[in-house]
Design a protein around this ligand. Sequence first.
Ligand code: FES
Length: 87
Amino acid sequence: MTDALITLSIDARSISVEAGVTVAAAIAMAGSTVTRRSVSGAARAPLCGMGICQECRVTIDGRAHQLSCQTLCADGMHVVTASEGLA
Ligand code: FES
């Protein structure tokens, strides 16, 4: 298997992952556990991993509410989570 590395940014932090890795996995690999915040500000994280719970929503390339568990990483992608604020 040829593992081409993909480089993306997560909250302005650069990370390289193998092709086929989801954004949710890349966020975890980057050491973050928070993807979004509830309306009361509680930290939320991916739960189901299959597009049902909606807890993994992040902003990807300026598009809010993208499901990170259903999105594959792409080179140059910019991901913003709510680890430090609302996304
Ligand atoms: S983790 Fe449940 S929809 Fe993404």
